[in-house]
Design a protein around this ligand. Structure first.
Ligand SMILES: Cc1cc2nc3c(=O)[nH]c(=O)nc-3n(C[C@H](O)[C@H](O)[C@H](O)COP(=O)(O)OP(=O)(O)OC[C@H]3O[C@@H](n4cnc5c(N)ncnc54)[C@H](O)[C@@H]3O)c2cc1C
Length: 302
């Protein structure tokens, strides 16, 4: 699958420094503008934090919500945690997941080497299918639409680059069948994509959804059906080993501390603030997603 995401060029924080905490008043994303009546706004399942909990998840994006969902529903019942607490610095699902494009599709990342790139693309296909399965199973209303996505070449260098990337993917043994369909005739590429300047296009399976609706539904389900404790507006400041007993952790926030056996960091760009060993590896970047709702314009840009 072609690689054509431009590398990030404007880090908002210097590489090698702690990213700090999520800012308390971020820009209101497109998705959040439509969900200001969410029952989870400012949610505290209990007025104060529980003293103890089996598992504590930090961060309520899709990683945190999916972790909670699978911890509470998957595997043998006697091995599931009896109590799960989720701590979120901002509102529920107010990080990258509340700001993204809502697209799910496999993307071949040759930079990672053949073996890893093939595992990634398989994992992405599996994720697309799993997301569809869970949405159907739980009856989640999140505007999910199983569709296709196109990588479009609008000039010859782009067409050459996409062709080379496709050839590399196929030569590496990539599962082309059903995953990447090249459309090399410009007229057909134009018709398929409605992009007038298309010289070639590569079609692959994809899904589109309203990401925040998916996450809020999963969080609501975990709270109502499985007793999860969600605490929004509760930034975690520190995680330290528990002193008084063998093992476990003390998760410290501005609203008190929770003692816990297991901590899951679903903190995305802010992970290195709590786990400094990731300072060199994970740091926030500014990325913009653009919504084009003008049909004429949509056909003219790539
Ligand atoms: C503009 C944009 C467009 C994108 N488009 C797509 C797309 O179309 N398709 C796609 O698959 N991916 C896309 N992505 C990437 C995708 O959004 C992320 O990979 C995904 O949202 C990560 O989910 P997450 O749950 O790991 O992180 P997040 O959604 O960022 O959640 C992390 C949460 O942790 C919380 N947190 C952090 N530190 C603390 C702390 N100390 N205490 C308590 N809480 C804390 C944050 O407030 C946040 O709510 C896009 C990203 C951006 C920014």
């Amino acid at each position: 699958m072609p690689v054509h995401h431009p590398p990030p060029t404007f880090p908002c924080e210097e590489h090698g420094h702690s990213p700090g905490y999520p800012r308390p008043n971020p820009l209101l994303s497109f998705w959040l503008q439509h969900t200001r009546n969410s029952p989870l706004l400012g949610h505290h399942t209990t007025g104060t934090l529980p003293d103890k909990t089996d598992a504590t998840i930090i961060g309520s994006g899709l990683s945190g919500a999916a972790t909670a969902y699978f911890l509470l529903t998957a595997g043998p019942e006697d091995r599931r945690p009896r109590s799960v607490t989720l701590l979120e610095a901002r509102e529920a699902c107010d990080g990258a997941k509340a700001r993204n494009g809502g697209h799910y599709y496999p993307d071949y990342k040759a930079d990672f080497g053949q073996e890893q790139a093939l595992k990634i693309i398989q994992n992405e296909m599996d994720t697309l299918n799993l997301v569809e399965e869970i949405i159907a199973k739980e009856g989640i209303d999140c505007d999910f639409w199983r569709a296709f996505t196109y990588d479009i070449a609008m000039d010859q260098p782009a067409a050459d680059s996409l062709a080379a990337s496709y050839a590399e993917f196929a030569a590496d043994g990539g599962p082309v069948e059903g995953i990447v369909t090249p459309i090399l005739d410009p007229t057909q590429a134009h018709e398929a994509t409605r992009c007038q300047a298309a010289l070639a296009a590569y079609k692959c399976p994809a899904g589109v959804l309203f990401p925040r609706k998916l996450v809020l539904h999963l969080l609501g389900l975990c709270i109502e059906k499985y007793g999860m404790n969600l605490q929004t507006r509760t930034p975690v400041r520190r995680v330290v080993p528990r002193i008084s007993s063998a093992g476990g952790w003390r998760v410290e926030t501005d609203r008190g501390a929770v003692e816990t056996e297991t901590v899951v960091y679903a903190t995305n760009a802010y992970t290195a603030t709590l786990l400094p060993e990731f300072v060199e590896h994970i740091w926030p970047f500014k990325v913009k997603s653009m919504l084009v709702d003008d049909q004429d314009l949509a056909g003219k840009i790539g």
